[in-house]
Write a protein that binds this ligand. Sequence first.
Ligand code: HEM
Length: 370
Amino acid sequence: GDRVPFYGEHQAGIATPEQDRLAFAAFDVTTTDRTALMALLGSWAAAASRMVNGQEIGSVETHPQAPPVDTGEAMGLGPARLTVTVGFGPTLFDDRFGIADRRPAALEPLPSLPADLLVPERSNGDLCVQACSDDPQVAFHVIRNFARIARGRAVMRWSQLGFGRTSSTSQAQATPRNLMGFKDGTNNIKREDLAAMDQHVWVGSETDQPWMVGGSYLVTRRIRMMIESWDADFLADQEAVIGRTKIVGAPLGAEAEFDTVDLAAMRDGQPVIPMDAHIRLAAPETNGGVRMLRRGYSFTDGTDPATGQLDAGLFFIAFQKNAHEQFVPVQRRLGQSDALNEYIKHVGSGLFAIPPGLSGPGDWYGKALF
Ligand code: HEM
């Protein structure tokens, strides 16, 4: 069906087969009242549990002199496989709410990384919500109504819409293409691989904070693509930059998309997959076996007024057990040597602890934390 279950061991929106559309928002908490923060997280949970069923969060037909409780734009659109995934940024654990001793070691802020060009207004935040759906208006409805519910308690810090998935998270999905025209998500962790999910994605008993067991850590990176220069690059170079063929998506030197990546293959004394190819530098074999679940989206936000060039790219989303051991070393390597760097800029960044799933009505995001 088109309804994704809301309650369970893990929050939906991670192992869920990636939907087509994204609305993401980060919030800063403005209240310093711990009870008000808890109430906000409870109201968000109650609202999300309704929206994923295609229901309004409250009456649209209120008193004529009062604003409708639900804004109304998702009426009649159905659940559209909506998932709502909520997380906590490192700054939530400063002294404001008396939870500083509950901050997991893994929620240490990300270090600055090579080639970072991060803009503070597109980065970080106390809270985040990832709304994914096959209908863009159903996804947007979530962040809009979350912002309304938060009034007086939290304000939206930044947001990002994504119009097309750039990954696949299930063996049942075809691999989509990113804005560079390459298949993306081929070698991703797939939900059917339960051992890989446990090894690389879900927080287990290794955590220093039991309230995080069953959760995960989310890294977001708003990666702008220099589309105009990419489009002027010749095909063989594009393929050398990625390390795969453009049409089929096969690793260079192989035939089919899902053929094994052979990093050792040589031809005429040269590596078949170049030393600076993206898939070589990102591969688990190059990074001590490290993997992550990628779940990103393409975005375009019009043109850059400074240059007239497209402000478009990939809103990178990755889930993992510990970003400091997974995303960080891989991105350090990519930021130093990836051939892709000529064509991309990391302009936004976020790290969020994603608490486990909710058990049923009355449970809320991070209830075990407070
Ligand atoms: C693989 C594109 C950024 C990690 C790939 C593939 C493409 C691609 C086309 C090959 C297909 C696949 O296996 O999914 C891009 C583009 C990026 C980007 C266009 C930026 C705009 C990143 C970042 C990371 C990353 C920031 C992590 C720090 C990976 C990993 C793989 C991969 C782990 C799989 C490598 C393997 O096991 O073969 N990417 N990527 N990518 N990418 Fe990226």
